[in-house]
Write a protein that binds this ligand. Sequence first.
Ligand code: NAD
Ligand code: UDP
Length: 313
Amino acid sequence: MRVLISGAAGFLGSHLSDLLLADGARVVGVDNFVTGRPENIAHLRNHPRFELIRHDVTEPLKIDGAIDQIFHLASPASPVAYDKMRIATMKVNSQGTWNLLDLAVEKNARFLVASTSEIYGDPAVHPQREEYWGNVNPIGLRSMYEEAKRFSEACTMAYHRERQADTRIIRIFNTYGPRMGLKDGRVITNFIRQAVNHEPMTVFGDGTQTRSLCYVSDLVRGIRAVMEADFHEPINLGNPEDVTIVQLARDILSLVPGTRSRIDFQPSPAYDPRLRKPDLSRARQILSWTPVVSRKEGLEQVVKYYLEANQPK
Ligand code: NAD
Ligand code: UDP
């Protein structure tokens, strides 16, 4: 089995690489390092079944030899990152998806695209089922991500329907764990960094907005299960236990010994979705997969990782 992972130097891509290498696969990682970090895959440098290609997937990609599966994970993923890279975000989820679908057709490989809960926008339905089409402003301040991911899904279905490409679509809900960029602006890493550095913990708005948070080991098992299943419509992956952001701040404060941080309410960013929680009925039925890591366990793990790595600054 030889697989290609775009975005392999990113948070999820590096964990997926580890999982598939442990299964015995050969992994070709492709990344241009716009948000990924060499440290995420440094431990794979001398791995006999891992190779890294530094490449921007919005440019056509030539790969020698067979490829059995393509996981398209490349894309800026945090609001802070895609805010800085609006056009690159649109390109990697349009031309990038297109190029990798062409490669999948050429290699007769299975193709999986990482879409997102953001395609539901600010949802009018809660929890979100795959049948819900979403509530997205096409010119809103998050549209470069939301609409690009919606296009990416549409492009994937077009290749499936017209070229018989063997495709899969996952909609990932907020996921966290070791190797997230500490400064990429996502809530968990912001709170950990702030708590460790005794800085004000920035809770946006009144903190009553909710998110459901999935630990990375659960998520990558889910990604692998989707690739193995014979199902072509989108599947939600995440953890259904939701929490308010202010409670999350309190949880993290309680895990960092001796912190002098205090919660500091800040204005809400534009178009911040109020609610986010996956309906996992489809995943449970089709994949027999369910997340098993509780919020308590996951937060303990990730705080421990950043404390041991002594990374926060
Ligand atoms: P990440 O930023 O850590 O990783 C993305 C990787 O893609 C980085 O290594 C980056 O350098 C690479 N990349 C970006 N543009 C590229 C290009 N044009 N060519 C080659 N490589 C490129 O983000 P992540 O959290 O690992 O997210 C991975 C995927 O999962 C993304 O598609 C994201 O939209 C999706 N997703 C993630 C979450 C989450 O909570 N982590 C939630 C929903 C969806
Ligand atoms: N958030 C916050 N403080 C921060 C960073 C984020 O209160 O320092 C909030 C943000 O407004 C949102 C939630 O946490 O309501 C999740 O934000 P994140 O950027 O992690 O992900 P997304 O908005 O894409 O779900």
